[in-house]
Write a protein that binds this ligand. Structure first.
Ligand SMILES: Nc1ncnc2c1ncn2[C@@H]1O[C@H](COP(=O)(O)OP(=O)(O)OP(=O)(O)O)[C@@H](O)[C@H]1O
Ligand SMILES: [Mg+2]
Length: 366
């Protein structure tokens, strides 16, 4: 009877998990350092998988595949898969600016009024709801309306040298609109604008309200002004932008606008994470954003319907994902947030891989 009992080892568990691929990063969980805290008690195995984002869209797939793989180890009867997350950093950011921010994602478009700010605030709140530490930076000098859409109008009182961001719906908020009277920033050009945008990074205590602290915000979402002008240029000169999201309307003519936005990001060396089609429905039609994504060869991130409740929520400072989490719009925003987070993880993994290869070559040469 005792002869049949074989002790399960950690190596066997790791061996099994080495057969499980992270579906987006295309490497196995062990090589990616995603497995920890393996506990073996008789025929029961528990372990934790550290995801590269709490907004991982493929958590269930990873869980099912990891469980199935470990159940194949002789003697294993029961498997418990736990999850936590550690968002990987865009390693270029600290080389340019000393800010506690791991990734910066800009939301732009080829033309105004298509829903950039709406997408930016819902994306930020959705990521925070999923457990990420998130900030939103309103870089729209022409119409800074992130504060309105998140229902805040002032900053907390100054306590130290740095400005503490406002905090609402789980998101840290900073806006040019907090600092200057309505309309004043409109006349800013070149160096003045550059300095102002720089201060929005360096003079702000990012990471404090959400408790991210020195570990850094997982994601800073930047709401860009319409067009392809000075603010975009200043921003991309100041910090590496991890990726850009384009918002497009569903009309067939949207392609030329999306192309303009795409070219602007490309010129600034910002990888385009994909296109969001906004305001889809009877009035403007459906499909233009998706077609633009196909034509430009970038991922289609999702479609948001034209829905009066979205506008009302924006006016009242209650983003759809916060006020009506059960609505189809909130569901669509969450799916977009997951895709964006996944794309950021993929980009960072690729950058790490390319950054590593020259070092390997060097070592090999010695
Ligand atoms: N899917 C939607 N359904 C209904 N109204 C929407 C939708 N998306 C955005 N809106 C509304 O359309 C208006 C413009 O949206 P928003 O301010 O987000 O666009 P924008 O691209 O940021 O504009 P700007 O170029 O002026 O910065 C707002 O009143 C917003 O509430
Ligand atoms: Mg806007």
């Amino acid at each position: 009877m005792f002869g049949r009992f074989t002790r399960i080892t950690k190596d066997q568990v790791l061996g099994a998990l080495k057969t499980v691929q992270e579906p987006e990063l295309h490497q196995d969980l062990v090589t990616l350092n995603m497995v920890k805290d393996i506990v073996i008690e008789d025929s029961r195995v528990a372990f934790t998988v550290t995801l590269t984002t709490p907004a991982c869209p493929l958590r269930h797939q990873i869980e099912a595949e990891a469980r199935a793989a470990v159940l194949k180890v002789p003697g294993v009867r029961e498997v418990e898969v736990k999850f936590d997350a550690q968002v990987r950093r865009d390693s270029r950011i600290p080389t340019k600016l000393d800010v506690p921010i791991k990734n910066i994602v800009a939301v732009g478009s080829g033309k105004g009024g298509v829903g950039k700010t709406t997408v930016a605030v819902n994306l930020a709140v959705a990521l925070a709801q999923m457990g990420a530490k998130v900030g939103i930076l309103d870089a729209d000098i022409y119409g800074p309306n992130v504060p309105m859409m998140l229902g805040v109008d002032t900053l907390p009182p100054l306590t130290g040298e740095q400005i503490t961001p406002a905090f609402a719906h789980g998101v840290e908020i900073m806006s040019i609109g907090f600092l200057v009277p309505d309309g004043e920033a409109l006349i800013w050009r070149g160096p003045m604008l550059h300095k102002a945008i720089q201060q929005l990074f360096t003079d702000v205590a990012w990471g404090i309200p959400s408790g991210a602290g020195a570990a850094g915000l997982d994601y800073l979402i930047v709401d860009l002004p319409p067009g392809t002008g000075d603010a975009q240029l200043s921003l991309s000169q100041l910090v590496p932008l991890t990726g850009g999201i384009l918002v497009s309307t569903p009309q067939e003519v949207a392609l030329s606008d999306a192309r303009r936005g795409f070219t602007a990001f490309q010129r600034l060396n910002v990888p385009v994470l994909g296109i969001v089609e906004n305001m889809a429905g009877d009035v403007f039609g459906v499909g233009g954003g998706e077609q633009a994504a196909a034509a430009l060869g970038v991922p289609f991130l999702g479609r948001i319907a034209l829905e009066p409740a979205i506008r009302a929520g924006g006016d009242e400072g209650k983003p759809a994902v916060a006020c009506c989490p059960e609505s189809p719009q909130a569901e669509a925003f969450r799916a977009i947030a997951q895709k964006v987070a996944a794309q950021v993880s993929v980009l960072n993994a690729r950058r790490t891989a390319t950054a590593r290869s020259p070092i390997r070559l060097e070592l090999g040469a010695n």
